[in-house]
Design a protein. Structure first.
Length: 162
Protein backbone atom coordinates (compact mmCIF):
# COMPACT_ATOMS: atom_id res chain seq x y z
CA UNK A 1 0.00 0.00 0.00
CA UNK A 2 1.19 3.50 -0.82
CA UNK A 3 0.71 6.08 1.93
CA UNK A 4 1.10 9.83 1.75
CA UNK A 5 1.69 11.31 5.18
CA UNK A 6 1.66 15.07 5.55
CA UNK A 7 2.40 17.26 8.53
CA UNK A 8 1.13 20.80 9.06
CA UNK A 9 1.16 23.47 11.73
CA UNK A 10 -1.28 26.35 11.77
CA UNK A 11 1.03 29.03 13.24
CA UNK A 12 2.25 31.64 10.82
CA UNK A 13 -0.43 30.84 8.25
CA UNK A 14 -3.63 32.55 7.30
CA UNK A 15 -6.73 30.37 7.15
CA UNK A 16 -6.57 30.62 3.36
CA UNK A 17 -2.97 29.37 3.29
CA UNK A 18 -3.68 26.59 5.78
CA UNK A 19 -6.74 25.16 4.03
CA UNK A 20 -5.17 25.64 0.58
CA UNK A 21 -2.07 23.67 1.59
CA UNK A 22 -4.22 20.79 2.80
CA UNK A 23 -6.45 20.80 -0.30
CA UNK A 24 -3.53 21.08 -2.74
CA UNK A 25 -1.80 18.13 -1.04
CA UNK A 26 -4.95 16.01 -1.44
CA UNK A 27 -5.39 15.54 2.31
CA UNK A 28 -8.59 13.65 3.13
CA UNK A 29 -8.07 13.25 6.88
CA UNK A 30 -6.47 15.46 9.56
CA UNK A 31 -5.27 13.93 12.79
CA UNK A 32 -4.90 16.64 15.43
CA UNK A 33 -2.05 15.63 17.73
CA UNK A 34 -2.21 18.63 20.06
CA UNK A 35 -3.07 18.08 23.69
CA UNK A 36 -4.94 21.38 23.98
CA UNK A 37 -6.95 22.10 20.86
CA UNK A 38 -9.19 24.79 22.30
CA UNK A 39 -6.77 27.55 23.26
CA UNK A 40 -7.46 31.16 22.34
CA UNK A 41 -4.24 31.37 20.34
CA UNK A 42 -5.48 28.62 18.02
CA UNK A 43 -7.69 31.04 16.06
CA UNK A 44 -9.23 29.20 13.09
CA UNK A 45 -7.62 25.95 14.30
CA UNK A 46 -9.59 25.87 17.57
CA UNK A 47 -11.90 22.92 18.21
CA UNK A 48 -14.74 22.51 17.25
CA UNK A 49 -14.35 25.22 14.59
CA UNK A 50 -11.50 23.41 12.84
CA UNK A 51 -13.54 20.23 12.29
CA UNK A 52 -16.36 22.33 10.81
CA UNK A 53 -14.04 24.31 8.51
CA UNK A 54 -12.18 21.21 7.31
CA UNK A 55 -15.41 19.45 6.42
CA UNK A 56 -17.21 22.46 4.95
CA UNK A 57 -14.33 23.99 2.99
CA UNK A 58 -12.47 20.92 1.80
CA UNK A 59 -14.43 17.74 2.64
CA UNK A 60 -11.65 16.68 5.01
CA UNK A 61 -12.31 14.39 7.99
CA UNK A 62 -11.07 15.44 11.44
CA UNK A 63 -9.90 13.30 14.35
CA UNK A 64 -8.07 14.08 17.60
CA UNK A 65 -5.40 11.89 19.20
CA UNK A 66 -4.00 13.56 22.32
CA UNK A 67 -1.89 10.48 23.18
CA UNK A 68 0.48 11.67 20.43
CA UNK A 69 1.04 15.02 22.17
CA UNK A 70 3.89 15.82 24.55
CA UNK A 71 3.07 16.18 28.22
CA UNK A 72 2.91 19.65 29.80
CA UNK A 73 6.12 18.76 31.68
CA UNK A 74 8.02 18.04 28.46
CA UNK A 75 6.81 21.31 26.92
CA UNK A 76 7.64 23.29 30.06
CA UNK A 77 11.16 21.83 30.23
CA UNK A 78 11.76 22.74 26.59
CA UNK A 79 10.53 26.31 27.05
CA UNK A 80 12.91 26.67 30.01
CA UNK A 81 16.01 25.14 28.37
CA UNK A 82 15.45 25.34 24.59
CA UNK A 83 17.34 22.01 24.51
CA UNK A 84 15.83 20.22 21.51
CA UNK A 85 17.85 17.03 22.04
CA UNK A 86 16.48 16.72 25.57
CA UNK A 87 12.94 17.39 24.30
CA UNK A 88 13.28 14.82 21.55
CA UNK A 89 14.62 12.14 23.91
CA UNK A 90 11.84 12.79 26.43
CA UNK A 91 9.16 12.76 23.73
CA UNK A 92 10.43 9.53 22.13
CA UNK A 93 10.52 7.88 25.57
CA UNK A 94 6.93 9.03 26.14
CA UNK A 95 5.84 7.51 22.83
CA UNK A 96 7.48 4.19 23.78
CA UNK A 97 5.74 4.32 27.17
CA UNK A 98 2.40 4.97 25.47
CA UNK A 99 2.97 2.04 23.12
CA UNK A 100 3.12 4.08 19.93
CA UNK A 101 2.80 2.97 17.22
CA UNK A 102 1.11 -0.28 18.30
CA UNK A 103 -1.33 0.86 20.98
CA UNK A 104 -2.33 4.11 19.30
CA UNK A 105 -4.38 3.73 16.12
CA UNK A 106 -3.44 6.10 13.29
CA UNK A 107 -5.84 5.92 10.32
CA UNK A 108 -3.48 5.86 7.31
CA UNK A 109 -5.33 3.54 4.95
CA UNK A 110 -7.41 4.84 2.09
CA UNK A 111 -6.67 8.55 2.34
CA UNK A 112 -3.87 11.07 2.54
CA UNK A 113 -3.40 11.88 6.22
CA UNK A 114 -2.04 15.09 7.76
CA UNK A 115 -0.70 15.28 11.30
CA UNK A 116 -1.65 18.65 12.80
CA UNK A 117 0.15 20.67 15.43
CA UNK A 118 0.72 24.36 16.03
CA UNK A 119 4.37 24.98 15.10
CA UNK A 120 4.89 26.69 11.73
CA UNK A 121 7.83 24.45 10.76
CA UNK A 122 8.37 20.73 11.45
CA UNK A 123 12.06 20.99 12.41
CA UNK A 124 11.49 21.39 16.14
CA UNK A 125 7.99 20.02 16.42
CA UNK A 126 6.68 16.75 17.79
CA UNK A 127 4.61 16.15 14.63
CA UNK A 128 7.84 15.44 12.74
CA UNK A 129 8.86 12.91 15.39
CA UNK A 130 5.43 11.23 15.27
CA UNK A 131 5.69 11.09 11.46
CA UNK A 132 9.16 9.51 11.64
CA UNK A 133 7.95 6.81 14.05
CA UNK A 134 4.91 6.12 11.89
CA UNK A 135 6.95 5.97 8.66
CA UNK A 136 9.39 3.50 10.20
CA UNK A 137 6.51 1.29 11.35
CA UNK A 138 4.69 1.43 7.99
CA UNK A 139 7.85 0.69 6.01
CA UNK A 140 8.63 -2.24 8.30
CA UNK A 141 5.17 -3.56 7.37
CA UNK A 142 6.01 -3.28 3.66
CA UNK A 143 4.25 -0.03 2.80
CA UNK A 144 5.64 2.69 0.57
CA UNK A 145 5.45 6.04 2.37
CA UNK A 146 5.89 9.58 1.11
CA UNK A 147 6.19 12.32 3.74
CA UNK A 148 5.32 15.92 2.92
CA UNK A 149 5.73 18.76 5.41
CA UNK A 150 3.21 21.42 4.37
CA UNK A 151 4.78 24.80 5.03
CA UNK A 152 4.69 28.33 3.71
CA UNK A 153 8.03 29.47 2.39
CA UNK A 154 8.93 32.89 3.67
CA UNK A 155 9.82 35.33 0.90
CA UNK A 156 13.49 36.16 0.70
CA UNK A 157 14.38 39.75 1.48
CA UNK A 158 15.02 41.81 -1.59
CA UNK A 159 18.48 43.26 -2.05
CA UNK A 160 18.57 47.00 -2.24
CA UNK A 161 19.91 48.56 -5.38
CA UNK A 162 23.20 50.31 -4.86
Amino acid sequence: MEVTLCTIGFAGKTAEQFFSLLAEAGVRRVLDIRENRGGQLSGFAKHPDLAFFLHRLAGIEYAHEPRLAPTPEIRKAYRATKDWQQYEAAFLALMRDRGFPGAVEVPVEGATLALLCSEARPDKCHRRLVAEILVEDLRRKGHTVEVRHLTIEKPRPRKRAA
